[in-house]
Design a protein around this ligand. Structure first.
Ligand code: ZN
Length: 142
């Protein structure tokens, strides 16, 4: 009976672990629920290739900003849909709202703390030809 009750109220998804991360100075801290074995995208578009951002895209509900909202500075360009969010203290973009998934959050796997990642599989994403390829990512925030 007790065990059955516990299962009924446990909404945690055992496919996921909670990863912690943040910017360089520590002002921005967040949690994200994702598998321990991560599949991430390495995008070759103009901004990602300069930043070295490795993309972990999740639904908004699996991301929690713990601190740093006052320090975040938004950078919008081109279509204005992507909301690039930089720490105003140290300049690191540890997460943002991607154009491909405006209903999701895109975390830079390079900004996750050690200890919860079992493996990282990097897939190339051809963001230079964004219009032809963006649909391939849209399921990641659902
Ligand atoms: Zn910072």
């Amino acid at each position: 009976m007790g065990a059955a009750m516990a299962v009924a109220v446990d909404v945690a998804d055992d496919r996921f672990v909670t990863h912690h991360g943040g910017c360089h100075c520590g002002a921005v801290r967040f949690e994200v629920d994702a598998p321990a074995d991560l599949v991430v995208q390495d995008c070759n578009c103009s901004i990602c290739s300069k930043a070295g951002f490795l993309h972990l895209i999740v639904p908004m509900a699996r991301f929690r900003l713990l601190s740093g909202e006052p320090q975040l500075i938004d950078y919008l360009w081109n279509s204005g849909v992507a909301r690039h969010r930089f720490c105003g203290v140290c300049g690191i973009k540890s997460f943002y709202v991607p154009r491909s998934n405006p209903d999701g959050i895109d975390v830079n796997v390079r900004c996750l703390d050690e200890g919860t990642i079992a493996s990282i599989t990097v897939e190339p994403f051809d963001g230079r030809n964004w219009e032809a390829n963006a649909d391939a990512l849209s399921h990641l925030s659902r």
